[in-house]
Design a protein around this ligand. Structure first.
Ligand code: NAD
Length: 297
């Protein structure tokens, strides 16, 4: 018997990458899977079927309310319930600093990634509330947790929307908790998927992965299975008393932000001299002693 026996799970962006891995991991644990995506989903569906689970595919652009409604209606018509919703669908646009990010990119990135999560939660939660049970898992990113290592080349809209998903998660957890629904977010670090290859040559990707791996305490970038394993825990009864949380799966990559989070600009007159000295010596201070420039949630 698996951890998710007979559960019905909707995975958005389930055609490939992290979403596909989540679909297969959940299916191995006994779940029936509804795959939603804007691209061909047959490969994931076939793999889920080979695991002996039931699956349907529903072409869905998560940024469009009518298509999300169709996704949820189709799920209910086929399976009669939704136990777990995994909001994984995501897209990026080219990196651009604050002064250069285009309005069009901003709208697309926030529309798919943030509004899409909102629409899916709103549609699915109505059914979960009726049954007084459900698990919602939102895929955020460490990009939404910190400005650490961000520069003018970073995609601002992506980081901001991922931060938005975290606050959406917390508010939904608060509102839906009394209806027996858990809402949590996962913040992956760098994970090896097609998303890394967009707008990079294979050589650039290789160099990028090598350089990034050196900065990760566990010495490697993430695999899709790393994220799927946490998603499985959050979907299972083992996490029944966990809600409103954002959990990083980043090999410890964010840990440096525990120390490096402010610059001298933030020191006020009342800042204890010991902290100022620590900053001058190590160029770092500890979060919580920084007059509100808390860079970590
Ligand atoms: P991916 O590109 O392999 O998969 C994304 C999936 O989302 C694709 O199947 C794509 O078709 C689908 N999608 C895109 N727009 C959609 C829309 N409008 N409606 C429905 N589906 C849509 O990327 P991935 O790395 O597997 O990304 C999955 C999630 O993980 C995303 O939310 C991404 O932001 C997040 N994430 C990824 C990384 C990483 O390093 N790969 C890190 C942190 C967070």
């Amino acid at each position: 018997m698996g951890n998710l026996d007979q559960k019905v799970v909707v995975v958005t962006g389930g055609a490939k990458g992290i979403g596909k891995q989540i679909a297969l991991t959940f299916a191995r644990e006994g779940a029936n899977i509804v795959i939603a995506d804007i691209i061909e989903m047959e490969e994931t569906a076939r793999a889920v079927g080979e695991l002996g689970r039931m699956t349907i595919t529903v072409t869905t652009d998560v940024s469009k309310r009518e298509e999300v409604k169709n996704l949820i209606d189709t799920t209910i018509n086929n399976f009669g319930k939704i136990d777990v919703l995994v909001n994984n669908a995501g897209t990026t646009r080219g990196a651009a600093g604050l002064l250069k990010v285009s309005e069009e990119d901003w709208d697309i990135v926030l529309g798919v990634n943030l509004k899409g999560v909102f629409l899916c939660i709103q549609a699915a939660a109505k059914h979960m509330v009726e049954r007084k049970s459900g698990k919602i898992i939102n895929i955020s990113s460490v990009s939404g947790l910190s400005t650490y290592m961000r520069n003018e080349m970073h995609n601002y809209s992506y980081a901001i929307l991922k931060a938005g998903i975290i606050m959406l998660t917390k508010f939904c957890a608060r509102e839906l908790g009394r209806h027996g629904i858990n809402v949590n977010a996962i913040a992956p670090g760098l994970v090896s998927t097609d998303m890394l290859y967009v707008r990079r040559t294979p050589e650039q990707v290789k160099e990028f992965i090598e350089n990034t791996s050196k900065q990760v305490p566990l010495g490697r970038i993430g695999a899709t299975q790393d994220v799927a394993n946490l998603a499985l825990f959050l979907a299972s009864d083992d996490s029944s008393y966990i809600t409103g949380q954002v959990i990083s799966v980043d090999g410890g990559g964010l840990s440096e932000t525990d120390l490096i989070c402010v610059d001298a600009f933030f020191f006020a007159e009342e800042t204890p001299m010991s902290i100022v000295r620590a900053y001058k010596e190590y160029q770092s201070v500890v979060v919580g002693l920084n007059g509100g420039s808390n860079d970590r949630i």
